[in-house]
Design a protein around this ligand. Sequence first.
Ligand SMILES: *C/C=C(C)/C=C/C=C(C)/C=C/C1=C(C)CCCC1(C)C
Length: 241
Amino acid sequence: MDHLFLLDSSMQIAKTDYVSFTFFIGTMAMMAAAVFFFLELNNTSKEWRTSVLVSGLITFIAAVHYYYMRGYYLETHDSPTFFRYVDWLLTVPLMCVEFYLITKKAGGTASLLWKMILASVVMLVTGYWGEAVAPAQATLWGTLSAIAYFYIVYEVWLGDVKKLATSAGSAVASANAALGWFVLVGWAIYPLGYLIGTADGQWYASFKNIGIDMNVIYNIGDAVNKIGFGLVIYSLSRKSA
Ligand SMILES: *C/C=C(C)/C=C/C=C(C)/C=C/C1=C(C)CCCC1(C)C
């Protein structure tokens, strides 16, 4: 019964298995958030309804992936890298859609949306390559991923997204600023997890000694960036309702 080694004698998660704990909490939190956003759609003004709907989709997709990641981790004690990146590949482009919906009011174009989606796909595919396919070259792939990430930060803080949001005036500009902080600070949680998870044999090998599991960092990042981000959109939708 090898797969039960994480369970203690009373068939519960071992008290020290804090990684599994965050997968369980993450599953429930994503589910609860998705239900909340979906049920609030009826109380949401027309201009914000699609944004709140997309927040619901992001947390719903994450809830399903967390359900699988939770089970995979409990049985194998391995990182569920594949489920993790499939989840990100679906939810991060949806977060770009959130940017688009906000800047659309100020003339945001579909071509800007596709640039952002393309950059996020490059960021995630190269990250996956460094974690799962060529971990010996994790530095190279992580750097490529970081370049795509900085491009997104640039667009949101200084580039076209920012210009459009500023020209649209207060409500859109403050929405964009809030989203900008998520991309700059919230998304920066993930590279930290990557540095810990891929440290073996790299110049940053000492990151292993930090003592926090990569999955815990990724799970915290997801809670902040999917639920927190959705709640910020939700509260903006109340202010200008
Ligand atoms: C809901 C999931 C989100 C918002 C995931 C975001 C993921 C990232 C911003 C990942 C970024 C990475 C780098 C910037 C470099 C190292 C590799 C990654 C993929 C962890």
